[in-house]
Ligand binder design. Structure first.
Ligand code: ADP
Ligand code: MG
Length: 258
């Protein structure tokens, strides 16, 4: 079998001895657009941080492309959850995206014309070229989100972690970002996206990881988007499940075989 892009084995992560993730096991093949889905506090951000080696593991291990993160750092890019990072420091849009180039070059190499061209190309992909000289603090939430995504693109990674890129943005930005994710997948990138809207999750992702401190299920969306697993993840919040049931009906997804 091909080496998975991500392999998580028996991972437990705690804050102040209270587990936020408990005995997590899953693997994700290369080239998938993956949604990590679960309610607030389910450990979604913690899972991504653990994969980025930003949280200490109580147990288990995580392999990216069959290796420890330290050995593949230049192949991995991370877009943190907005609001979890203070972006109020004085830097222009272009500066922020150029930061994505440092990892490739090493901190003390000078930025060259080619890096700048690359950064501009990334900003164009997220429709942010008109804002290159704007201070990052003077952008709307959706615009900031697009700049952070452009920065991750400038890293030219193979594996992308994006924590709630669709939170608090308008429909146009959502479409821009989703179209971009599809292009990235077509280029063979593996993309993990934390997302909390179930309805759009089914449309957006090919692979779904359902999480609620423990792993509920992980796999191709058709196998995962079934009432039993969704109920386990969300504890049977009826409104939500009815809505999803209707949506699946509309999409004419065949019921799971008994
Ligand atoms: P999600 O992203 O799914 O909303 P998180 O991974 O942010 O969930 O959080 C999972 C659990 O861990 C929550 O109960 C949260 O309060 C707790 N938690 C997250 N980060 C910290 C932290 N830095 N210190 C203490 N507890 C934390
Ligand atoms: Mg989170």
């Amino acid at each position: 079998m091909q080496i998975p892009a991500i392999e998580v084995h028996d991972v437990t992560v705690s804050y102040n001895r209270k587990p936020a993730l408990w005995g997590i096991d899953f693997a994700v093949p290369e080239g998938k657009l993956v949604g990590i889905i679960g309610p607030n506090g389910a450990g979604k951000s913690t899972m991504i941080k653990a994969m980025m080696d930003l949280n200490k593991l109580d147990s288990g291990y995580i392999k990216l492309f069959g290796k420890d993160i330290q050995d593949v750092r230049d192949r991995v890019a991370y877009v943190p959850q907005r609001g979890s990072v203070d972006w109020d420091f004085p830097a222009s849009v272009l500066d922020v995206v150029l930061m994505g180039r440092y990892g490739k070059k090493g901190l003390f190499k000078r930025i060259q014309k080619s890096d700048k061209e690359m950064a501009l190309a990334c900003l164009e992909k997220v429709n942010m070229l008109p804002y290159i000289n704007r201070q990052i603090s003077q952008l709307s939430g959706g615009q900031q989100q697009r700049v952070f995504i452009a920065r991750s693109l400038a890293q030219e990674a193979d594996l992308y972690f994006m924590d709630e890129p669709f939170a608090g943005i308008d429909a146009t930005t959502e479409k821009t970002i989703f179209d971009l994710l599809l292009k990235m997948r077509a280029e063979g990138k593996t993309i993990l996206v934390v997302h909390h809207d179930l309805q759009s999750a089914y449309l957006y992702f090919d692979w779904i990881i359902l999480l609620n401190t423990q792993l509920i299920a992980s796999g191709p969306k058709e196998e995962i988007f079934v009432p039993e697993y969704l109920q386990k993840t969300y504890g049977g919040k009826i409104d939500l499940l009815t809505k999803v049931g209707e949506m699946l009906g509309e999409l004419q997804v065949p019921p799971r075989e008994k």
